[in-house]
Design a protein around this ligand. Structure first.
Ligand code: 3PG
Length: 213
């Protein structure tokens, strides 16, 4: 495990909810980062699904250096390079491809790759990955799948993402092989577009208090 993913695990131990963000404009990034910190969160993932994604990572790190900011939807070498140049602390992909693996090079330990089956989890472990994203978590079997994977693959840890919500985050986080959950419900695209920073902070606080109670 690299220092960077260790840092992520330490941050997740404090606040194990990772908002998955779609940022439409770089101007939204600084108030968004501050709203997440205000809500008690320590980690965020900015998807590269919008042209503003890379700029948003840089702007969030500038506004809130203590927030760990990862790049999500990392699909290829350009995404890896652009994300790291923007200051991303970690990378998240929905799955793995030969091209992405080759492009990672020495940055391989920064990636949390998506998996949906035991075979994919075994392949990623052979390649050196220990923290995996179960994706799409609700379709790939959810909580029962993670419980089942813990039997034969106890050395692997997971960040389930996709279909995680306020209602089921606690069920995932109760599992010993779950480090954090990812999800868009804390700061939806609509929340970010409308600048509902107070609402985002409130949802973050509610999520953290629900899992600590
Ligand atoms: C995504 O693909 O956007 C993430 O996995 C988040 O999924 P969610 O909207 O179901 O939380």
């Amino acid at each position: 495990m690299t220092p960077s993913l260790n840092e992520l695990k330490l941050a997740a131990a404090k606040a194990p909810v990772v908002p998955v963000l779609v940022v439409g404009s770089v101007e939204q990034a600084a108030p968004l980062a501050k709203a997440l910190l205000d809500g008690g969160l320590t980690i965020a993932e900015v998807t590269l699904r919008t042209p503003a994604g890379i700029g948003a990572i840089a702007a969030m790190k500038a506004a809130a250096p203590e927030l760990l900011v990862g790049a999500g939807t990392v699909l290829n070498g350009d995404d890896v390079r652009n994300s790291l140049e923007a200051g991303a602390d970690f990378l998240v992909s929905p799955g793995m491809s030969h091209g992405l693996l080759a492009a990672l090079g020495k940055h391989k330990p920064l990636l949390i790759p998506g998996i949906a089956t035991a075979s994919e989890a075994m392949s990623r472990h052979e390649e050196g990955f220990e923290l995996l994203k179960l994706f799409p978590a609700n379709i790939a079997g959810g909580v029962p799948a993670l419980k089942a994977l813990a039997g034969p693959l106890p050395h692997l840890q997971f960040m389930p993402t996709g279909g995680v919500s306020a209602d089921n985050a606690g069920d995932y986080l109760a599992l010993p092989n779950v480090v954090a959950v990812g999800g868009s419900w804390i700061a939806t695209k609509a929340d970010v577009e409308s600048g509902d920073w107070a609402g985002i902070s409130r949802k973050a606080r509610e999520a953290l208090s629900a899992i600590s109670s």
